[in-house]
Design a protein around this ligand. Structure first.
Ligand code: R2B
Ligand code: URA
Length: 307
């Protein structure tokens, strides 16, 4: 069983582009997919949950985990990368769950999201929940804590995403779905395996200077200034720092998708990720376990999976 049938309900995936419907073919270049070459409704029409994360390897691991959790695994087959033919992004699917990598940073995730939103739109998907399962640096939190983002803020702690479009600054809102964040918190309590909290996430333009690190190739501020900045961030309600959440929140909201970011943590005590690979891997699996539990619970609620 690799696909599931649902009642058609109400929330489509919206695009806001009058030119799209006039195009005879829409080539999703960075996915190596297209409306002429692929039957997108047949391939993706049953998608209800999309999970995105930075690394292709982690997103493959996630789909294997989900297949086992949902009892949808096929012992004879591997999970093929649907975007084989391009090495920009990787995409995997099992039943109603799609897992897509986004690379590092705002330009990389926003390019992926344009094509992902069009893909879900062309496939006529409805009622889609999209969740970023990623890593982040925490501010004064125990490493391994999972932070579910309530609001994403920029490097000045403001809840907005600014982009230059045709040379003009366009400002978009970065609120995430608080109801979904609360549902994830309840899931974490039911799981009882690690600490999860809801908080604000700061999104920066790079890993080093943008996050006040002292270990980049350039550092033109002092350690004292770094700590002052992180303390100010904490005071402004920032729990953790990563590199994609503002544009993720802005774009998914425009499309009527339900969004939240579940991330991991460390920081304040140092800049380098010094935990062993095994420990980091364990931390990175936590958002996957949390979101996996949430998806399974939702599918049971819909009567798609047996209780
Ligand atoms: C978290 O980790 C990555 C940088 O190491 C980046 O994609 C992010 O947001
Ligand atoms: N990802 C980030 O962007 N920052 C960190 O400190 C860790 C992961």
């Amino acid at each position: 069983m690799n696909s599931v049938k649902y009642k058609r309900t109400s929330r489509p995936v919206s695009v806001h582009n009058p030119y799209l419907c006039r195009m005879k073919d829409d080539i999703l270049y960075h996915f190596n997919l297209g409306t002429k070459t692929h039957n997108l409704p047949a391939l993706f029409g049953d998608v209800k949950f999309v999970c995105v994360g930075g690394s292709a390897w982690r997103m493959k691991e996630f789909i294997e985990y989900m297949a086992a959790e949902l009892g949808l695994q096929d012992p004879r087959s591997e999970y093929p990368n649907i975007c084989a033919g391009t090495d920009r992004y990787a995409m995997y699917k099992v039943g109603p769950v799609l897992s897509v990598s986004h690379g590092i940073g705002i330009p990389s995730i926003s390019t992926m999201l344009h094509e992902l939103i069009k893909l879900l739109h062309h496939a006529q998907c409805r009622d889609v929940t999209i969740i970023r399962i990623g890593t982040s640096g925490g501010i004064g939190l125990e490493p391994g804590t999972v932070v579910v983002t309530k609001q994403s803020v920029d490097g000045k702690f403001l809840p907005k995403f600014e982009q230059l479009i045709l040379g003009e600054t366009v400002v978009r809102n970065t609120d995430l779905d608080y109801g979904l964040a609360e549902e994830l918190l309840v899931c974490s309590e039911e799981l009882g395996r690690f600490h999860t909290m809801i908080g604000n996430t700061m999104c920066t333009l790079d890993f080093y200077e943008g996050q006040g690190r002292l270990d980049g190739a350039f550092c033109m501020y002092t350690e004292k200034e770094k700590h002052k900045y992180l303390a100010k961030a904490k005071e402004a309600g920032v729990c953790n720092i990563e590199m994609e959440s503002t544009v993720f929140a802005a774009m998914c909201k425009l499309s009527g998708l339900r969004v939240v970011c579940a991330t991991l943590v460390d920081r304040l005590k140092g800049d380098q990720l010094i935990s062993s690979r095994d420990v980091l891997h364990d931390y990175q699996q936590r958002p996957q376990i949390l979101v996996g539990y949430y998806i399974k619970k939702q599918l049971k609620g819909l009567g798609v999976l047996q209780k």
